[in-house]
Ligand binder design. Structure first.
Ligand SMILES: Nc1ncnc2c1ncn2[C@@H]1O[C@H](COP(=O)(O)OP(=O)(O)OP(=O)(O)O)[C@@H](O)[C@H]1O
Length: 219
């Protein structure tokens, strides 16, 4: 089954910046792929399309069989909550909030009661090797640990699709390797994962590479 289908997707900003110029992309359930290209080539815009964070100017986006065109904003949020997890280069954790509650917040829009949210958050932190850091706040953790908290938050609801935008971009190579190891384990557990990167080594580490240039996917 295809979890992602982009057909003829264009995205134009401000009427004249052609960030995507007709992208076709199919991602099958269970794939681990890299979206690679130089700065400004349209990678993040593609991630916004796949992640349903923004709508295409023209073309169609289908996620897990649902056409984004057919959904209003409320149903689109519900689709994201059920199917998608996001990891960004800048961690985006809430400062002053424990690792446990940062991760528990990943379940905020699922209707799960607080106690259950915290239980699942503790299990997710355990999975990323941070079972001993539940009460630590972001400023009490290394960059690598913070990114592992961000990964735990992204996957605490077991989304079938994880989108990671330069997940190791702010990390040294040892911390980056830890994060990639967790990504590999998630992939082996059946999660479909797309990593945006401009790092060739990370791209080659993935079983599939999608190369983007000037708003187009190179075949
Ligand atoms: N919200 C926006 N408004 C206007 N222009 C935008 C917006 N987002 C992206 N762009 C432009 O669209 C083009 C593609 O940008 P995008 O961020 O998708 O590239 P990228 O490959 O992710 O780059 P980088 O590796 O530097 O993050 C660029 O010319 C960028 O300036």
């Amino acid at each position: 089954m295809n979890i992602v289908e982009l057909r003829g997707v264009t995205k134009t900003y401000n009427g004249h910046v052609h960030a995507l110029r007709g992208v076709d992309l199919t991602i099958s359930t269970g794939e681990l792929l890299a979206i690679i290209g130089p700065s400004g080539s349209g990678k993040s815009t593609m991630l916004h399309m796949i992640g349903t964070l923004d709508r295409p100017t023209t073309g169609t986006v289908r996620i897990a069989g649902h056409s984004v065109l057919d959904l209003n904003d409320r149903r689109l949020s519900a689709l994201r909550a059920r199917h998608l997890g996001f990891v960004f280069q800048q961690f985006h954790l809430s400062p002053g909030v424990s690792a446990l509650d940062n991760v528990a917040d990943g379940l905020l829009y699922t209707g799960t009661p607080l106690r259950k949210r915290r239980e699942r958050a503790a299990a997710a932190l355990d999975r990323v090797g941070l079972g001993h850091r539940l009460d630590h706040k972001p400023n009490q953790m290394s960059g690598g640990e913070q990114q592992r908290v961000a990964v735990a938050r992204a996957v605490v609801g077991d989304p079938p699709l994880l989108l990671a935008d330069e997940p190791t971009g702010n990390l040294d190579s040892a911390a980056g390797a830890e994060v990639l190891k967790i990504i590999k384990e998630l992939h082996e557990g059946g999660t479909t994962i797309a990593i945006i990167t401009h790092d060739n080594e990370i791209a080659e580490w993935c079983p599939r590479q999608v190369r983007v240039r000037d708003g187009l996917v190179l075949s």
